[in-house]
Design a protein around this ligand. Structure first.
Ligand SMILES: NC(=O)C1=CN([C@@H]2O[C@H](COP(=O)(O)OP(=O)(O)OC[C@H]3O[C@@H](n4cnc5c(N)ncnc54)[C@H](OP(=O)(O)O)[C@@H]3O)[C@@H](O)[C@H]2O)C=CC1
Ligand SMILES: Nc1nc(O)c(N)c(N[C@@H]2O[C@H](COP(=O)(O)O)[C@@H](O)[C@H]2O)n1
Length: 227
């Protein structure tokens, strides 16, 4: 499976505020680019933290991009995936509407009633892992459902986990011209953080987008060279 991460960060590396309230960092050109990225994916994945904070829809909005997908017999908008170990996704979350297939990936820690509630709300429930969603198992389960290209949109906990598992092939970061600040505000990669061995990136392209900068990387492996 090809896995790519896209996120928008402030100039000081934050994805949102310390209150975990969504910040509009991208401008119109970048949001259009994100729409194209979504249109090129089989599924768009977020963590339950993003669902609870933002209630995202995660669909392709541009009608010509949707038409191009249906012309090649793909659904108009990619599948949506939420990593949600205990099934905390609200049953009225926007990702559970009928705009696309939605996979709720839970762990064995999710109660039968939460799994049933998510299924009743329209999700296809996938179990991967014991206490927390195990990414290798989740990715395998998605692959068996025909997902070959997976876009990770965040947030910082989930992005870190994908890097820690060595599952990321490409990263694009839009760096907006704003400072958000806050030691507890989410960054691109939160989690426990790396010590001694760091994912290495190769910078493939830099360009001005809106009033910020788009950085595009491929992931080349792990080394301690940056430490
Ligand atoms: N600027 C941008 O581009 C973006 C910004 N955001 C912002 O990020 C914030 C949310 O980020 P964050 O709080 O980090 O939440 P995440 O969206 O990264 O979700 C984290 C949660 O996902 C669940 N999860 C399940 N399995 C895993 C796993 N293997 N690894 C990691 N997480 C797992 C965990 O909850 P559990 O254990 O209960 O399952 C965890 O707490 C919001 O403020 C949002 O606005 C989000 C996306 C993009
Ligand atoms: N690319 C980008 N730029 C920003 O400035 C952002 N705040 C985000 N946030 C992400 O977009 C999701 C919202 O998606 P919908 O418009 O509801 O489909 C949000 O949940 C974050 O993942 N992204």
């Amino acid at each position: 499976m090809h896995v790519f991460v896209n996120a928008a960060a402030s100039a000081d590396g934050k994805l949102s505020t310390r209150r975990r309230e969504q910040v509009r960092i991208s401008g119109p050109e970048d949001f259009a680019r994100v729409d194209r990225l979504r249109a090129g994916a089989d599924a768009v994945l977020v963590g339950v933290g993003t669902v609870l904070a933002d209630d995202p829809h995660l669909t392709v909005d541009d009608s010509s991009l949707r038409a191009a997908r249906t012309d090649r017999d793909d659904p108009a908008t990619p599948a949506r995936v939420v990593l949600d170990s205990t099934g905390r996704t609200p049953t009225d979350a926007r990702i559970l509407d009928n705009a696309a297939t939605t996979y709720a990936v839970v762990s064995s820690a999710a109660t039968r009633s939460r799994r049933q509630a998510l299924a009743d709300a329209g999700a296809e429930v996938v179990v991967a892992g014991d206490d927390r969603v195990a990414l290798d198992d989740a990715v395998s389960a998605l692959a068996t459902r025909g997902i070959e290209t997976l876009m990770i949109e965040g947030g910082g906990e989930v992005i870190y986990s994908f890097f820690a598992a060595g599952l990321v092939d490409e990263l694009s970061v839009y760096v907006g011209s704003v400072i958000v600040g806050g030691r507890d505000a989410p960054t691109l990669a939160d989690g426990d953080g790396f010590v001694g061995s760091f994912p290495d990136l190769s910078l493939e392209d830099v360009r001005a987008v809106d009033d910020g900068v788009l950085l595009e990387y491929t992931v080349t492996g792990r080394s301690g060279a940056n430490g």
